[in-house]
Design a protein around this ligand. Structure first.
Ligand code: HEC
Ligand code: HEC
Ligand code: HEC
Ligand code: HEC
Ligand code: HEC
Ligand code: HEC
Ligand code: HEC
Ligand code: HEC
Length: 300
């Protein structure tokens, strides 16, 4: 969205998101660019330019951010339509930004060499050469950045020749496995598969760019699992079948340390594999029964 403000007609531009102020601009250059992070669901963005105490210009837009993790947000309410930035003429931006991708936007990524290298300089250089960085820098501004995105090899996944432009081939798994070959071999050789894994929807759980959580997960592990398995968040899980009659005992699924993974919190992933497993109920630790699973942690 954009708002045209005639020179000297305004001394303050305010941007609000769902009624909350997100940014203030004191106009002093010809062009002011900003980005606002969106919430899942409807986002009402409002720009108001004012002089003194009176509004001189305003504009607003409603943007819907979808998420497959919540049935409420899988599809937009009536009235929203898709709007692709890169499908339209954007020559108004090109005096200052480059929109034509280059070879360096498709840097080869060597997954086996990745963790060993000191990436600091490489990441800085990668950001500096990236065509996409100047507009999309907010995408990687999180503590856990996915390897490919950290070096701004955006075209490893986004095809300029695709329709719509830059769309990513589906299912995700096919694209993810072009690099994660080891995982593909290991996971597909197992006996039992997790629902969303079977449908190849890796990006339902992993953000391909970056996130606040380890493994670039969309939410913390517990919140992620419970967004689909709501009933497992009740505290009744685990003991309800294995200790009949113990109606008052609850088994923790978070908030305590995992005895088997040093320094990590106990979560759903302490007992279950998110992708596939050789054990029923997707148990980790290669156990044949729930009781054998208990004994891995409760040795007494
Ligand atoms: C007159 C030059 C100029 C024009 C024209 C221009 N930009 Fe920018 N834009 C900039 C500069 C300079 C920055 C970097 C600002 C900074 O780093 O604080 C920027 C940053 C951005 C950002 C990142 C903002 C952020 O905070 O993450 C976005 C998004 C953006 N521009 C989009 C656009 C779009 C879309 C257009 C065309 C509609 C456009 N710009 C036209 C100069 C321009
Ligand atoms: C001039 C600024 C600018 C540059 C440069 C830019 N983008 Fe965008 N891009 C945008 C804006 C604005 C949007 C719409 C808001 C959003 O989705 O973040 C967008 C949206 C997208 C989308 C969502 C689909 C769409 O068309 O709306 C993809 C994918 C994308 N950009 C990829 C890229 C890649 C890859 C590069 C580098 C080769 C790139 N962009 C460079 C501004 C830019
Ligand atoms: C590992 C593959 C991968 C890499 C690398 C990658 N993306 Fe994406 N990107 C995706 C997927 C998957 C989606 C979701 C598309 C969908 O499901 O419609 C997406 C969506 C987007 C979107 C639109 C929605 C959103 O999340 O904001 C933008 C913009 C975008 N990518 C820009 C970039 C830029 C810029 C880079 C370079 C840092 C990049 N991507 C690197 C896979 C990737
Ligand atoms: C172009 C190559 C490439 C593609 C495509 C790719 N990745 Fe990655 N991925 C990497 C690299 C490189 C790393 C960093 C490896 C490391 O740190 O061990 C990584 C790391 C990860 C990690 C973190 C691993 C860890 O142990 O911390 C996850 C999770 C991940 N990728 C998921 C995905 C998903 C999901 C997709 C598809 C949406 C995908 N990747 C597509 C190259 C890729
Ligand atoms: C239901 C959610 C979910 C789905 C779907 C999913 N993952 Fe994961 N993934 C996780 C969680 C949770 C972890 C961290 C597990 C842990 O804490 O040990 C993880 C860890 C990873 C890792 C790092 C650890 C490792 O074993 O190498 C990679 C790489 C990865 N996932 C890639 C993928 C790919 C590729 C797909 C699609 C084929 C996918 N994931 C689908 C939830 C998911
Ligand atoms: C996007 C929704 C979604 C998310 C997120 C999700 N699951 Fe699932 N899960 C499913 C579906 C769908 C099934 C298959 C249901 C069925 O077969 O009845 C399933 C099945 C399971 C099963 C039962 C397998 C069996 O053989 O009975 C376990 C265990 C499980 N999930 C654990 C997890 C864990 C742990 C997480 C978090 C890392 C998680 N799930 C996240 C959708 C999800
Ligand atoms: C301490 C180990 C442990 C933890 C932690 C754990 N589970 Fe389980 N899970 C089990 C056992 C044991 C079973 C088999 C129970 C049964 O047969 O009723 C099971 C079964 C399941 C099933 C299969 C559904 C069914 O009723 O057959 C799902 C889905 C599931 N767990 C999800 C989760 C989620 C989501 C979390 C995190 C909130 C979680 N689990 C945490 C041990 C665990
Ligand atoms: C991954 C490790 C792990 C597995 C597997 C596991 N537990 Fe636990 N369990 C824990 C931890 C950690 C606690 C909390 C201990 C504490 O609070 O000090 C706990 C606590 C308990 C408690 C005490 C609850 C209370 O309110 O005091 C019972 C009973 C229990 N577990 C039974 C089981 C049973 C039955 C199984 C198998 C179905 C099982 N556990 C599997 C780690 C595990």
């Amino acid at each position: 969205m954009s708002l045209k403000v005639l020179q000297d007609s305004s001394d303050l531009i305010e941007i609000t998101l769902n009624g909350v102020q997100k940014k203030i601009i004191y106009p002093d250059t010809e062009f002011e660019c900003f980005s606002v992070p969106l919430f899942v669901g409807v986002n009402d963005i409002h720009i108001i330019a004012s002089k003194g105490n009176s509004k001189v210009y305003e504009t607003s837009i409603s943007v819907f951010r979808r998420s497959e993790l919540s049935s409420e947000y899988t599809s937009p309410p009536p009235g929203f339509s898709k709007n692709y930035f890169h499908m339209e003429d954007r020559s108004i931006c090109t005096p200052c930004h480059t929109l034509k991708p280059g070879m360096f936007d498709r840097k080869p990524v060597d997954i086996s060499a990745f963790p060993q290298k000191n990436l600091k300089d490489e990441i800085k250089n990668a950001a500096a050469t990236s065509t996409c960085y100047s507009c999309h820098k907010a995408l990687t501004a999180f503590p856990f950045v996915h390897g490919t995105s950290s070096v701004w090899s955006c075209l490893s996944c986004h095809e300029p020749g695709a329709f719509p432009k830059y769309s990513v081939s589906k299912p995700d798994a096919r694209m993810c496995y072009t690099c994660h070959i080891k995982q593909k071999e290991k996971w597909e050789a197992r006996k039992y598969f997790h629902g969303p894994f079977t449908t190849g929807k890796c990006a339902i759980c992993h953000n391909p760019h970056a996130s606040d959580y380890p493994f670039n997960l969309m939410k913390s592990t517990w919140d992620l699992c419970v967004s689909c398995h709501i009933e497992k968040g009740s505290g009744r899980h685990i003991l309800e079948r294995y200790m009949i009659g113990s109606g008052t005992l609850f088994h923790p699924t978070r908030g305590v340390l995992d005895p088997l993974r040093e320094g990590k919190e106990l979560t759903c992933a302490s007992c279950h594999n998110s992708h596939s497993s050789d054990s029923p109920k997707l148990w980790r630790l290669n156990v044949g029964s729930g009781f054998a699973l208990c004994k891995k942690c409760h040795t007494g």
